[in-house]
Structures are given as structure tokens and as C-alpha cells.
Design a protein around this ligand. Structure first.
Ligand code: HEM
Length: 466
């Protein structure tokens, strides 16, 4: 029987699924909104791997069964859409860009953008990643305490702007980062209380949000308009978008161009910045992993900056990053919505049922990761990774809607981590424990304070060409 064939047993109604009933009318909006992460952790613990919660008048389902995650994202992906709440939340910010769109519009945009993420193109980005990382590290002063999250946000923003848009946004990186923080906070408040607020609404929170979006838009559109004015084709993603024509010879509208540019700036830096931040924090707590990673970096690079030819040899560094994404995934949850009434996991889900997939919960599930809170990069040796059930480790999602920047991010992470480890030892301030904040992506509250501690002098090692 095909894996997508409906179960022969008559599906049970959604109302019979274990879960929380919540209060009449509002369901569990208030409890969920207070702390989404703790809420879904409790739901998983008390009601099992497939459980529902009431969100106002509708049901939401948290899916922590890898096989079902695989069905939703891969084998039956066409039966699930991005949810309406996603569109509402992103409407004024990212518009109808590739992260939030569906159907023919998504297909067209996805096809247009894909070449920018092909292997050969990505390889060319390595030089930018290593140059900008080197510049950042040169500016660090020994003994200082820095906000590592801010540093990573600035670095990854500069990298995405240069590689995708051939623009240097260093001068704007700080205000972009500040504006992003405001937007995130307001958008998450909107998920928790999804009543659409028009652009002109005069409340102070809305005014702050509009100002922050306008600030981000000014920076992004400055880059786009420059290119439109010159009409120059520089062979990068921005040129592809500016020069794109459909079958009727029609180019992208200003709105489409704006939405895709905003989407790429947003999706292409924040997630990686937070993933690197968590990784540095976890390394700060795991000196054995640091020692192994340093040994590998010295052996492979012998003190020089990494190039694409080195990346496949930074095996342990990659394992470290994967393990960090398991424990503290920057995209801690993503959502889908049933496109029609359908059966999933033996339940009949009405059209429009929202589904939560959480790499965070899956990554801490002891059915797949023994002693899940232990940081152990050896979980991701090739052999061990192969043993994981499909759908159990999905920090980049999977299937046709998998993260377009997955290879880009994996390359960026290895380059940045290798260069950091060549010069510094990850050092958290004494007694520091981060408070986890789950906004659009997961990050430590107030950033990550890190002490700039130069590493012991690396043994000069012959670069390995093996
Ligand atoms: C560690 C870093 C990253 C993580 C954890 C991550 C994670 C994800 C996840 C989970 C999704 C699917 C979201 C959903 O289905 O709702 C996604 C989508 C996407 N990501 Fe990433 N991402 C990262 C870095 C990047 C980078 C560097 C770029 C671009 C340069 C990028 C561009 C995109 C795009 C365009 C999509 C939408 C794909 C589509 O729906 O067709 N991401 N990402």
C-alpha cells in the first residue's frame, strides 16, 4: 500500500483527540499566549505526541510524530498550506513573499529564486562569508564582554545583503537589527491575539511597528531601487528578480519585488544569527566539544581562513552545529493548515485546521534522542544520523517547502564557527543561564553576553589536503 493511502479504519473525529479544552469561547488563547513554548511542552507531556488545543473557536493540533511530520511536509505536502494566521501576521511585513505564499504564486517565485541557491552559486558566497567574519573578529577586543547575538545579527545581515543583493549594508546594520526586534515582538503579540490591526491604527504599539517596518523597508528598498535605476545585471538574486519576466513578458510588480526582497533579508539572516548564538552558548558549556572542534579546525585549516574546499572536512564542526540546532533550534515551530477535510494519524481534520510542527519538541523527544538534554555532537555522525527516523530532525523543515537557504546556512555556520574557534574560546559569563524567548525565532532574552577570550596559541599544523 502507498504511504499516502488513507487508513482503512474509519478516522475518528478531531474532538476525540487528546488535548486541552480551555475556556468557553476563547479556548486556551491566554495560557498559550503567555508562554507558547512551555504550553506546547506541557501539552506534549500530558497528552502525547499528537494533541490539540482550542484557540478561540478553532482547533490547533501539535504534531510530534515523525511519520506524520513526514506526511505533512513531504509525502502529502500538497494537502497542507501555510496557515491563514501566518498570512495575517506577515501581511504588512513580508507581504506575499515566498515564505508565506502558496499555490501558483509560490511556485513561480520559488522557481525564479532557486538558481541563487544552486551549489555553484553558494560556493562563490564562501569568500564573502569568510571576509566579513574576519573583519568582525579583527574588531573584537580581548577581555571585553560583547553581545554575541548582536554581532551575529550584524554579520549575517551583511552576508545575506552582499551575496543575494550585492550590497554593503554595514552602516545600516544596527538600526536594521533594532527594527527587527520591534517587529518580532509585535508580530508575536499578534499571533497570540490575532485581530487584524490596520496600518493607520493610532495605538502606540502599532505606531512602533509601522515605524520599524518602514525602517527595514527603507534599507531594503534602497538597495532594490538602486539596482532598478541602473538596470545593471550583476548575475545575483536581485538582478534575477528585477529582470524576471513571465510567459507574457511581464516583470515583477513593485509590490512583488518588495515582498521577496524583504522576505530574503528576513529569512536569510535572523535564523542563522540565532542558531550561531545558541551554538556559541552551548560550546561555552561543553569544553570537550570545543577541544575536539579546535583540533579539527587546526588540522584542516592550519591557521588559514576556510574555503569551500575545506568545508566537507569540517565534519565535527558540522556535527556541533547540527546538535545545537537539535537542542535550541532557531525556528522552533512552523505551521501548516489542512487545505481540505482530510485524515491524518487516524483523525479526521476539518479544512482549515492549523498544525504545529516543532523541531524544538521533536529534538527533545527521548524516543529518538537518548538523554535529550545532553549536548552530544556524535549524535550526528553520518552513521547515527542515518538511524534517525525521517521527520524526527527537521530544523529546516523538509520536502518542497524545505528552507531554500539550508545549504547556505550550513556553509555559513561552518565558516563562522571555524574562524571563531581559530581565534577564541567560547566563554559564557560565570553563572550565566539564558532565558529562552520564542518569538518568530528562538533567542536568548536580552542577547548573549560573551567574553572575548583568545584561545591558547594553536599548534602550527600542516594543512591537510587529504
Ligand atoms: C540556521 C538557519 C536557518 C534555519 C534554522 C531555517 C529554517 C527554515 C525553516 C524551518 C523553514 C520552513 C518554514 C515553514 O515551513 O514555515 C525555512 C524556510 C525558508 N528559508 Fe530558512 N532557515 C535558515 C536560514 C536561511 C537562510 C540563510 C536563507 C536565505 C539565504 C533562508 C531562506 C528561506 C526561505 C526563502 C524559506 C521559504 C522556502 C519556501 O517556503 O519555499 N533560510 N527556513
Amino acid at each position: 500500500m502507498s504511504e499516502t493511502a488513507p487508513s482503512p479504519v474509519k478516522p475518528r473525529p478531531l474532538s476525540s483527540m487528546p488535548g486541552e479544552k480551555g475556556l468557553p469561547l476563547i479556548g486556551d488563547i491566554v495560557r498559550f499566549g503567555k508562554d507558547q513554548r512551555t504550553y506546547i511542552e506541557r501539552l506534549r507531556r500530558d497528552h502525547g505526541p499528537v494533541a490539540r488545543l482550542r484557540f478561540g473557536p478553532t482547533d490547533w493540533v501539535v504534531v510530534c510524530e515523525p511519520e506524520l511530520v513526514h506526511e505533512i511536509t513531504v509525502s502529502r505536502w500538497g494537502e497542507f498550506h501555510k496557515p491563514a494566521v501566518n498570512r495575517q501576521v506577515f501581511e504588512q511585513f513580508l507581504g506575499y513573499g515566498v515564505v508565506s505564499s502558496d499555490g501558483d504564486h509560490w511556485k513561480r517565485m520559488h522557481k525564479l529564486m532557486m538558481p541563487a541557491f544552486h551549489r555553484q552559486r553558494i560556493d562563490a558566497y564562501a569568500a564573502v562569508m569568510s571576509e566579513y567574519t574576519g573583519q568582525m573578529l579583527d574588531s573584537w577586543q580581548t577581555g571585553a564582554t560583547r553581545d554575541f547575538q548582536d554581532d551575529m545579527t550584524e554579520l549575517t545581515l551583511r552576508i545575506v545583503a552582499k551575496t543575494m543583493f550585492d550590497a554593503d549594508v554595514q552602516a545600516d546594520a544596527k538600526s536594521f537589527g533594532e527594527a527587527m526586534k520591534v517587529v518580532q515582538r509585535v508580530l508575536v503579540a499578534h499571533i497570540n491575539f490575532p485581530v487584524p490591526v490596520p496600518r493607520w491604527w493610532p495605538g502606540p504599539v502599532n505606531r512602533r511597528k509601522q515605524k520599524a517596518i518602514a525602517n527595514i523597508e527603507r534599507i531594503v528598498m534602497g538597495v532594490v531601487e538602486d539596482r532598478r535605476r541602473t538596470g545593471e545585471d550583476r548575475g545575483d538574486l536581485l538582478s534575477t528578480l528585477v529582470h524576471a519576466r513571465d510567459e507574457a513578458g511581464k516583470g515583477m510588480s513593485d509590490r512583488e519585488l518588495r515582498d521577496e526582497a524583504m522576505t530574503l533579508f528576513f529569512a536569510g539572516h535572523e535564523t542563522t544569527a540565532n542558531a550561531l548564538t545558541w551554538c556559541w552558548y552551548l560550546l561555552g558549556k561543553n569544553p570537550e566539544a570545543v577541544a575536539r572542534a579546535k583540533e579539527e579546525v587546526d588540522r584542516v585549516l592550519g591557521g588559514r581562513a576556510p574555503t569551500t574546499a575545506d568545508l566537507d572536512k569540517l565534519v565535527y564542526v558540522e556535527q556541533v552545529f547540527k546538535e545545537s540546532l537539535r537542542l535550541l533550534p532557531s525556528v522552533w515551530v512552523y505551521m501548516r493548515e489542512t487545505a481540505n477535510d482530510l485524515e491524518l494519524g487516524g483523525y479526521l481534520l476539518p479544512k482549515g485546521t492549523a498544525l504545529f510542527i516543532s523541531p524544538y519538541l521533536l529534538g527533545r523527544d527521548e524516543r529518538f534522542f537518548a538523554d535529550p538534554l545532553r549536548f552530544d555532537p556524535d549524535r550526528f555522525t553520518k552513521e547515527n544520523e542515518r538511524k534517525l527516523p525521517r521527520g524526527a530532525y527537521v530544523p529546516f523543515s523538509a520536502g518542497p517547502r524545505v528552507c531554500m537557504g539550508k545549504q547556505f546556512a550550513m556553509m555559513e555556520a561552518r565558516i563562522v564557527l571555524a574562524m571563531l574557534l581559530q581565534r577564541f574560546t567560547p566563554t559564557n559569563p560565570a553563572g550565566y543561564e539564558p532565558e529562552i524567548v520564542c518569538e518568530l525565532s528562538m533567542h536568548p532574552k536580552g542577547g548573549l553576553p560573551t567574553i572575548v577570550a583568545p584561545r591558547e596559541k594553536a599548534q602550527p599544523v600542516e594543512a591537510s589536503n587529504a
